[in-house]
Design a protein around this ligand. Structure first.
Ligand code: NDP
Length: 331
């Protein structure tokens, strides 16, 4: 199968859906390749990272808050109303060497004059056997989460002792956030020095509710059978000594991985794999735009992703209109 398009959007988080909404309303008849369903832990498909979180309280327009999966369902319904065409699968290969660009979904080839990349990022996990069953038992509410700002305010964590794993700015920020709710927050870090910026290090180390557990890694999370975190086994990375700690939640903050492998070698990326953009959402390839978490290591919020999806759509629309008018198009 083969189809020709003016615009293809890859990804269906807030950035992808917003780009779809704007390009559909601009009569560009976008095709949205949405990542498919049931990708499993750490590899969110349709709806993106918000489908694996619980209540979202910082997306404007929902004074009572809204569940992450419901927010994404509503965004999908909104874009469907404007006739966006969906491919419910993952793009498997792209060729950006010439226009029209080529996108494959398995054996099906789609060509497009402009491409918006909104493939998001995935939280890194420790890779422990217990992460998956505990997590699947009740999303972040079961006690294993990769987003303290998403899940930390849940009643199950109130006045409880919690762990944040990692030593970077995210770990510091998440630990500080969790102090609003927890009785104590332990930062479990594998070395004796934090990677976080000095100002964040100082805030963490001086905070009365935060204790850094240096040179420690989590060896085991209890208790997958109960589908609820009840504690952890820690291992000292220097002495090898094991210890147990009763806690109600483990928040991973060991970094994110942008979902950009598909474009490797075809557009400019930083050393981690975040797509480099210029003038907000323009990549180094004329006609290719990137928005949301695949190009944003700093803000990583649903609302900022949605905003950049809007920018990508408007830039793509201008680019195509200029080309149709025979005007030299920049980006
Ligand atoms: P980082 O990559 O900076 O830090 C990841 C942390 O996780 C490191 O301390 C690392 O340990 C640890 N880690 C990684 N893998 C494992 C593992 N398998 N087991 C145990 N620990 C592990 O990621 P962040 O998400 O913290 O930050 C990403 C970028 O975003 C940074 O540039 C950061 O500055 C920025 N940021 C800025 C913020 C701000 O300015 N307010 C807020 C949040 C992020 P080790 O140190 O030993 O490598």
């Amino acid at each position: 199968m083969s189809s020709e398009n003016s615009i293809i959007i890859l990804g269906s988080g807030p950035a992808g859906y917003t780009a779809a909404l704007y390009t559909a309303r601009a009569n560009l008849n976008p095709l949205l390749i949405d990542g498919g369903v049931g990708m499993g832990q750490g590899m969110q498909g349709q709806g993106g990272q918000l489908t694996i979180t619980t209540e979202v309280e910082n997306f404007p327009g929902f004074p009572e808050g809204i569940m992450g999966p419901e927010l994404m369902t509503r965004m999908r319904e909104q874009v469907a109303r404007f006739g966006v065409r969906f491919v419910e699968d993952m793009a498997t290969k792209v060729d950006l060497s010439e226009r029209p660009f080529k996108v494959w979904v398995n054996d099906d080839l789609y060509t497009t004059r402009a491409l918006i990349i909104a493939t998001g990022a995935s939280a890194r996990w420790l890779g422990l056997d217990e992460e998956k069953p505990v997590w699947e038992g009740g999303l972040g509410g079961a006690g294993v989460s990769a987003c303290a700002t998403c899940d930390g305010a849940m009643p199950v964590f109130r006045n409880k002792e919690l762990i944040v794993v990692g030593g970077g700015d995210t770990a510091a920020e998440e630990a500080l956030y969790l102090t609003y709710y927890a009785s104590r927050v332990y930062i479990v870090h594998r070395r004796d020095q934090l990677r976080a910026s000095m100002v964040m290090q100082q805030r963490v180390v001086n905070h009365p509710k935060i204790t850094v557990l240096w040179n420690k890694v989590i060896q085991k999370i209890h208790d997958p059978e109960k589908k609820q975190v009840t504690g952890v086994t820690l291992k000292d990375t220097v002495t090898g000594e094991l210890s147990e700690k009763e806690i109600a939640g483990v928040f991973m903050a060991i970094g994110h991985k942008p979902n950009s492998e598909l474009f490797s070698g075809q557009i400019d990326m930083d050393e981690v794999g975040y797509i480099r953009t210029h003038h907000d959402v323009r990549t180094t390839k004329l006609g290719v735009y990137a928005c949301g978490d695949v190009q944003d290591s700093e803000y990583r919020q649903a609302i900022s992703a949605a905003g950049s999806g809007c920018m990508a759509a408007i830039q793509a629309e201008r680019f195509l209109a200029a080309e149709d008018a025979g005007v030299h198009a920049e980006w």
